[in-house]
Design a binder for this molecule. Structure first.
Ligand code: NAD
Length: 285
């Protein structure tokens, strides 16, 4: 692997993948983005264009830098066309079967000595790493939503992840302007183990008729100094993603306090997944 190869492949162009591709592209990396759904790639490219234009309008980026970032973003329609990359960040749908199948193929696209990272919110990094031939070079690179704005990258060390992989991942996160914080692989890592029970409890509070969504969110915002209420945050994350994470916590930690609220399940069954479907606990029409 050439040390000069400033390129990355981002797999999945949904809420997270598009943000990850954007931060790499605006930090001087050629970002190759693949999704099985061509419309997702198109929509990602449009949204990234809009975000970059907004950054120019607000004076946060020069027009030349925005144009250069757009040029460094490459939409790839077939996985075989992503080439060999020193870093691949998998940000596909949070389903174990999808990730396992993808990783088998992705590992053939990692350049010699390169790193394969997953942005999973809750699937075991150790388990995903075990699907690959180089578990020492597999790591969790957990970005936060919206990726261009959120500073944190939770760097999740699987059982077999090497010190060198952790060190290089921390450097990469810093190189794209993020603040990496290391933790060990365990259900929900640190972030979701602490966050999801709060979101779940807010949904139980709504289900029990204690207050309307707006009131629950306002109380948490003003009373706890949170920038956003838990129900609005659940809509931003995606209610399907929240349900999946809670199911992992419930199953893997085996404690009732992680039991997903039935109202959350109902919303997901109804296809009301939050902002991405324009309705969840709030309407975004
Ligand atoms: P999303 O549903 O918005 O997007 C997922 C994308 O993956 C879709 O466009 C889908 O077409 C694509 N996809 C599915 N199978 C694929 C495959 N085999 N190859 C390539 N693309 C494929 O989901 P998201 O919210 O962007 O989540 C992506 C990952 O990021 C998940 O692992 C999730 O847990 C994690 N994550 C999500 C958040 C969040 O706030 N949404 C935060 C941190 C991490």
């Amino acid at each position: 692997m050439s040390d000069n190869d400033k390129s990355v492949a981002v797999i999945g162009a949904g809420t997270m993948g598009r943000g990850i591709a954007q931060v790499f592209a605006q930090s001087g990396y050629d970002a190759y983005m693949f999704d099985t759904v061509p419309a997702a790639l198109e929509s990602a490219s449009k949204q990234i264009g809009k975000m970059l234009s907004k950054a120019v309008e607000k004076g946060k980026m020069s027009a030349e830098d925005a144009e250069a970032a757009k040029k460094r973003l490459h939409l790839v329609n077939a996985l075989s066309d992503i080439g060999a990359r020193p870093l691949i960040v998998e940000a596909a749908t949070e389903k174990l079967e999808i990730k396992i199948e993808l990783l088998k193929e992705l590992q053939t696209h990692v350049a010699d000595g390169g790193i394969l990272a997953s942005n999973t919110s809750s699937i075991s990094i150790t388990q995903l790493a075990a699907q690959t031939e180089h578990p020492d070079r597999f790591i969790g690179m957990h970005f936060f939503n919206p990726v261009p704005l959120m500073k944190l990258v939770e760097v999740v060390r699987g059982l077999q992840t090497s010190d060198d992989t952790v060190k290089r991942t921390i450097e990469l996160a810093k190189a794209v302007g993020k603040t990496p914080v290391e933790c060990n692989d365990h259900p929900g890592f640190v972030s979701n183990r602490v966050l999801m029970p709060m979101i779940n409890e807010a949904i139980f509070t709504l289900q029990d008729g204690v207050a309307e969504p707006e009131a629950i969110d306002e109380i948490m915002k003003l009373g706890m100094n949170h920038p956003m209420g838990p129900l609005a945050l659940a809509d931003l994350i995606g209610l399907d993603v929240c349900l999946f994470i809670l199911e992992v916590l419930h199953r893997d930690l085996g404690e009732d306090r992680y039991r997903p609220c039935p109202l959350l399940r109902k919303k997901v069954l109804a296809g009301m997944l939050g902002r991405k479907t324009k309705n969840g606990f709030y309407s975004y029409e």
